[in-house]
Design a binder for this molecule. Structure first.
Ligand SMILES: Cc1cc2nc3c(=O)[nH]c(=O)nc-3n(C[C@H](O)[C@H](O)[C@H](O)COP(=O)(O)O)c2cc1C
Length: 166
């Protein structure tokens, strides 16, 4: 079993990315948790932190929404350089220049409650299995079932994730 880093309630992990999602800024907590040096992180894709337990659909949902200019709030399990992991509730948004053109993507991440982890871990595990068996469609069905069981839908994804973390 790899080691889990549990974040303190005051920890806010921030990074920014360019249009391709490559890291252009990382705050000290981001750098520390990742296990990489700032030099190793800058200009690298954010997927440097991708944990194999993460369903592909969550990132597809993230990018589909970002491309539309919409924020996404989602639980993410990240992997550090040494193989340890940490859970975050990420809020990713598109920042614009004063003239309305694209500036960058900004992600702020907060600690995840035990309650939320108990719900999200089995959900993501089921989505992963579905992706292996029947691809994104199978995964989407599992996610939609989970949301409807929580009186929610994809349209209320962000607020539902936020609520689950209470
Ligand atoms: C601002 C920003 C922050 C991101 N932060 C993370 C992150 O912390 N962990 C992660 O696995 N992916 C993060 N992503 C998503 C990655 O860009 C990528 O889609 C994901 O890691 C899946 O990798 P893949 O698209 O190569 O399959 C972030 C994307 C953006 C734009």
């Amino acid at each position: 079993m790899s080691k889990e880093h549990v974040l303190k309630s005051v920890d806010i992990i921030v990074s920014k990315g360019n249009a391709e999602g490559n890291i252009t800024y990382a705050n000290p907590i981001f750098v520390k948790l990742s296990g990489y040096s700032m030099g190793e992180l800058l200009d690298k894709p954010h997927s440097i932190l991708r944990h194999p337990d993460m369903p592909k659909l969550i990132f597809k949902f993230l990018w589909d929404n970002l491309k539309e200019g919409n924020d996404v709030i989602a639980f993410v399990k990240n992997r550090s350089k040494d193989g340890s992991f940490y859970w975050v509730l990420a809020h990713v948004r598109v920042a614009k220049n004063p003239d309305g053109s694209f500036r960058n993507y900004v992600s702020t991440r907060k600690p995840v409650t035990e309650h939320a982890k108990e719900l999200i871990e089995p959900l993501y595990a089921k989505m992963l299995v579905a992706e292996e068996e029947s691809g994104m469609n199978g995964s989407l069905k599992i996610l939609e079932t989970f949301l409807s069981e929580n009186n929610a839908s994809l349209a209320t994804f962000n607020e539902t994730m936020k609520k689950l973390n209470n």
